[in-house]
Design a protein around this ligand. Sequence first.
Ligand SMILES: [Zn+2]
Ligand SMILES: [Zn+2]
Length: 83
Amino acid sequence: MNKHCSKCKIEIFTTKRYCKECHASYMREWRKAHKVEKRPCTQCGDINVEVYHYDYSSPLEPVWLCRKHNEEVQAYLLKNRLT
Ligand SMILES: [Zn+2]
Ligand SMILES: [Zn+2]
């Protein structure tokens, strides 16, 4: 079943709720709204982090992960269908 971005309604091929662009702007807004301070990757301490949180509808404490560990978590969630 195809999914559609819940913001701009274009067709998306990901498990996420938004297309890439809307996701990026969503994250910017979310960060602004929550005044999230960047912290090093919780796995390896890398300071080049990307925020990652598990549930967009009810954001928990943001989990800070570097690109590598972020991808690992995404892959893990995909594999286990937790998204
Ligand atoms: Zn969109
Ligand atoms: Zn890391």
